[in-house]
Design a protein around this ligand. Structure first.
Ligand code: S3P
Length: 176
């Protein structure tokens, strides 16, 4: 298994900011699967979804996961909200699920100074009823996929990062 920390969780829960805080706390580098995919495809995820559809996006996520497994080690990886469905997730590193209620996620997204762009760039956040259903469906799946769950609602990224670091150190998985 690769020695990465893989952050999973619902759209807008703060996987990217937590990854950056964890990078600052540990001196490891952080990368993001959506960023990797956008530079690989040379297009935005929103445009790719619109032109090629979701199944094509999931295939590229699997390609990214295969690449990570063979080429990335010792890093912190934030992921898109559906990335946890790749078939080699547990071979990429320790999987940390960032949990918040959907209400908490939506109010944090809406309070963000750049809220409009944050919502617009996410194709699966366009219809609130569907987003609620997706959250309900995914919650048990995130929990099943993860090694560790952290409650992040209303908390600072630096505090969440410190908790992740302490938990991983305690179970011997962290060699920062
Ligand atoms: C998705 C989440 C998005 C992005 C894509 C699909 C999902 O990432 O990968 O729009 O299936 O939940 P974020 O979790 O960063 O919003």
């Amino acid at each position: 298994m690769a020695d990465n920390i893989i952050l999973i969780g619902f759209m807008g829960v703060g996987k990217g900011r937590t990854a950056r805080a964890l990078a600052a706390a540990t001196g490891r580098f952080a990368l993001d699967t959506d960023d990797l995919i956008e530079s690989f495809l040379k297009t935005k995820i929103r445009a790719f979804f619109a032109e090629q559809g979701e199944p094509a996006f999931r295939r590229v996520e699997q390609q990214a996961a295969d690449w990570l497994e063979h080429h990335v080690n010792g890093s912190i990886v934030s992921t898109g909200g559906g990335f946890f469905m790749v078939n080699n997730l547990n071979r990429l590193g320790r999987v940390v699920y960032l949990h918040s209620s959907l209400k908490g996620i939506l109010s944090a997204v809406q309070r963000h100074p750049d809220a409009e762009r944050k919502i617009k760039k996410r194709p699966l956040l366009q219809n609130m009823d569907k987003a609620k259903q997706l959250y309900r469906t995914r919650l048990p799946l995130y929990r099943e996929a993860a090694d560790i769950e952290i409650d992040v609602e209303g908390r600072k990224a630096s505090e969440i990062a410190a908790e992740i670091k302490a938990l991983l150190a305690r179970d011997g998985a962290w060699r920062a």
